[in-house]
Design a binder for this molecule. Sequence first.
Ligand code: MLT
Length: 268
Amino acid sequence: MKATINNSLMHYIDIGISTAMPVILIHGFPFNHKMWMMPGGQTESLAGMYHVIAYDVRGHGESEVGDGMYSIEFFADDLLGLMDHLNVQQAVVLGLSMGGYIALRAIQKKPERFKGLVLCNTRADADSNESKIKRAAAIRAIKTNGPRIFAQEMVKNLFAPLSFETKQNAVKLIESTIERTAPLALCGTELALAARVDSAPSLPAIKVPTLIMTGELDAIAPPETGKAMQEAIPNSDFFVIPQAAHLSNLENPDEFNRHVLEFLQKAG
Ligand code: MLT
């Protein structure tokens, strides 16, 4: 389905039980809603009991690319705009990596729209100088070599070594998703991620139940960053997902889904 949200065409899916608790899934960078839709994945696990909404962040998937002038601020406003469009007053919001940055910024702006929060493979702090320099190098590489080589290089850091053998369909999905993302959107999102605010000081103000998960081998959002968020958010739980790196929902969907379902039962 498509809707114009904040003057930009957004693609989303809206499935499951329309009268049940809404659960909104926000993908990471640079993926799209299909990362939740693998066999045994999150839409399959949640749609029998919940109202599930998964959308493509501006510039990603089938959402409009526009001018590439992005900011996490706009992405957070797009999430809240989609909720308005769908008449969803409150939802549990589940964000992976960039999706977590978006959810954390949105809950600072409108805490009353949140029933619960699931932060996966993500972190609250802003980019370090080293990360900003890496993003500039990534933009240069995308402009010079194109998204195909960027995709081949990027997947190496996303999956645990074993996942390249046991989760080949997930690896293929993610590599082809990155490759098909518009270079303007890849570069614009890198700049938005580099410019994001530090959400760490706002964590103690989060009052809703919060589930935090990350992969045991995640080098981008390692277990210690998840543990630090759990210590700062009053009503939160933290789990490390075994046999997973940065894409724990794809690498160990059974464990990931089990924690999400248990959490939603408590949050609902
Ligand atoms: C993601 O998966 O969304 C990215 O790793 C986020 C980032 O680059 O900081």
